[in-house]
Design a protein around this ligand. Sequence first.
Ligand SMILES: [Zn+2]
Length: 131
Amino acid sequence: MSDAPVSVPPSDWTRGEPGVALQRCAGCTHVWYFRRGFCPVCGREAPETFAAGGRGTVHAATVVHRAPDDAYRALAPYGLVLVELDEGPRMMAHAPADLAIGERVVLGFREIAGRPLPYFQRSEPPGGANR
Ligand SMILES: [Zn+2]
């Protein structure tokens, strides 16, 4: 056994783990989602990979009534949102059907067809006292 620290990459739901792994460029500080080996802005290699904080703002929202397959048909109608994460990138995920653009949300995961699927929930009650 070695005492050397083991570098564990942040989990990401696309690998079947509940998490969202973002990447940041050490050169231009651009942050993006979906793993790649270089910065999409300046081309610098070896980006830093880190776990998303899981908080963001709804940028777009819709409700799915016609689901793509049986596993999702059981959930329909369900919300689908495009969320701008606090780190900057946008990601699409499931959500309650009544989320509106501009609402603050927090990321969780639901298991659908044996895989963790990103699911955003409202992080503040609508019309809450903290405004
Ligand atoms: Zn860059």
